[in-house]
Design a protein around this ligand. Structure first.
Ligand SMILES: *[C@@H]1O[C@H](CO)[C@@H](O)[C@H](O)[C@H]1NC(C)=O
Ligand SMILES: *[C@@H]1O[C@H](CO)[C@@H](O)[C@H](O)[C@H]1NC(C)=O
Ligand SMILES: *[C@@H]1O[C@H](CO)[C@@H](O)[C@H](O)[C@H]1NC(C)=O
Ligand SMILES: *[C@@H]1O[C@H](CO)[C@@H](O)[C@H](O)[C@H]1NC(C)=O
Length: 467
């Protein structure tokens, strides 16, 4: 889990070298005992009962979240991983040592190959295959069987992992990220068009460390779900706060400010959004651009009651362990992210408690409880991943081009919430456009041109004297 920095740099390098057509899709496989279920609602006209469709998305400890789908005629049942950071619907169509079964296109009378090759590279793993179309239905989803673009995965590398219980991936982002190009209509776009469901879905999940063991102190009364075609009021508490979607490719948002405890990191707000800030269910951690990450670690170190923290804890190479029963959360501050509100002169704040970002690793035994840091540095933008999303009910309101955050009924421990939302705040103290692109690069370019000019001058002078 988590990518070694050299691999990250290499991936970025590859990505930058191959033009606009190839974005790096930040898929991260979950690890930890998550519990997650999916609910679907489809009827925009009639009464929608979300709850009896809840509990249909099963999370397996450590290998990702998936929903069940039936593909082809007759239907072949597959478990499909949910990812809001990519846009292809892809299923294994050939055997692979790490998967139990695959979609056999030859056994489906309705499968039509489009005869086009397709490949997707994620930050973790990649696959290649061919495009086709087949009928898809979701036994626990909207009522209907619709033709959907499918990428049949024929070969892959680092994509399927040992012991996973899914055979494909459902990318829920916009057509711009679809491979090989945006003419391949993504799954949710097809669903909305063909079934007439609202262009909205929402996600809610149970935090990794939460146990449903009644012996323990955690509250576990919720069913955690993904809802397609609407929002379900009983899955959140209080109002939904909305932030505009800056650009429709990833779910890109605008981050205005970060706070550790009540201390503002006080960086130029464009730092938070270089080269983009996105909300991605397929990324495990909160990922921050390097300067932001360093400022955050400094601030946490200053305000934490613990003096000597191994650098390895912050960079993810070490766990921090305490004697069993000694939970470390009281030593750490809250983290807050300010997002631009739909009234652009205002912002609102989403806050996660240490319980969400100091994450217990459940499978270790012995006399210690071990924790990892749920934040990492990033060379390709800020990613609001599962570490943060777990605290909230997140509405992907594509119809109104905005993302909504509300307190999740899931995210509570011993009756105490693990997340907070507050607003509105004035956004007068930050730039009017924090997504305004490159902050450092122009300066660096000017600097490098200046250096080249100086070198050239020196050469000319040297030549002159030599001659
Ligand atoms: C997930 O939650 C369901 C109830 O919603 C429970 O029956 C199941 O045991 C839980 N699974 C895990 C791995 O905690
Ligand atoms: C699904 O649609 C079919 C045909 O339109 C209908 O007969 C059936 O009752 C529907 N099922 C549900 C659960 O709405
Ligand atoms: C937007 O927020 C500003 C500052 O709080 C307020 O003065 C203005 O009335 C708001 N605009 C709308 C349309 O609500
Ligand atoms: C902010 O700047 C980016 C990049 O220049 C641009 O694409 C975007 O439309 C701007 N947003 C607003 C609200 O002006």
């Amino acid at each position: 889990l988590g990518m070694a920095p050299p691999a990250a740099l290499l991936a970025l390098g590859l990505c930058l070298s191959v033009s606009h057509g190839s974005f790096l899709v930040p898929l991260r496989i979950f690890s930890g005992g998550h519990n997650f279920s999916l609910a679907l609602a489809s009827d925009p006209t009639g009464a929608v009962n979300f709850l009896d469709m809840v509990d249909n998305l099963r999370g397996d400890s450590g290998r990702g979240y998936y929903i069940e789908m039936s593909i082809g005629t007759p239907g072949q049942k597959m478990n499909i991983l949910v990812d809001t950071g990519s846009s292809n619907f892809a299923v294994a169509a050939a055997p692979h040592p790490f998967i139990t079964h695959f979609f056999n296109t030859a056994l489906s009378t309705s499968y039509r190959s489009a005869g086009r090759p397709v490949a997707v590279r994620y930050t973790q793993g990649n696959w290649e295959g061919e495009l086709g179309v087949d009928l898809v239905s979701m036994p626990t989803g909207p009522n209907g069987t619709v033709p959907i673009n499918i990428a049949a995965i024929l070969s892959s590398d680092g994509f399927f992992l040992p012991d996973i219980h899914w055979q494909g991936i459902l990318g829920l982002a916009y057509p711009l990220l679809a491979r090989p190009d945006s003419s391949v209509t993504p799954f949710f776009d097809s669903l909305v068009r063909q079934l007439g469901i609202p262009d909205v879905f929402s996600l809610q999940r149970l935090a990794a460390w939460m146990s449903c063991d009644p012996q323990m102190d955690w509250i576990c009364v919720c069913v955690c779900s993904q809802i397609m075609g609407g929002t379900e009021p009983t899955l959140h508490r209080g109002p939904v706060w909305y932030t505009p979607i800056v650009e429709e490719w990833y779910y890109q948002v605008e981050v205005l400010k970060l706070e550790v405890g009540d201390q503002n990191l006080d960086l130029d707000c464009r730092e938070y959004n270089t080269d983009k800030a996105i909300v991605d269910s397929g990324t495990t951690l909160l990922r921050l651009p390097v300067p932001v990450f360093n400022a955050l670690v400094d601030a946490i170190t200053r305000s934490s009651l613990i003096q000597d923290f191994s650098a390895g804890f912050w960079d993810g190479s070490k766990l921090a362990c305490w004697m069993k029963g000694e939970t470390p959360w009281r030593f750490f501050p809250k983290l807050s992210i300010y997002l631009r509100a739909t009234n652009t002169s205002e912002s609102f704040r989403i806050t996660i408690l240490p319980q969400l970002y100091i994450q217990q690793i459940t499978d270790l035994d012995g006399t210690l409880d071990c924790f990892r840091f749920g934040v990492s540095s990033s060379v390709n933008g800020l990613v609001i991943g599962a570490t943060v999303m777990e605290g909230f009910y997140v509405v992907f309101d594509r119809a109104q081009r905005r993302l909504g955050f509300a307190l999740s009924t899931c995210a509570a421990s011993g009756g105490l919430p693990l997340s907070e939302i507050a607003g509105p705040f004035s956004a007068a103290d930050v730039a009017s456009n924090c997504s305004g692109g490159v902050l450092k690069a122009p300066v660096l370019w000017v600097l490098s041109y200046a250096l080249i000019a100086v070198c050239a001058l020196v050469l000319v002078v040297l030549c002159f004297f030599l001659c």
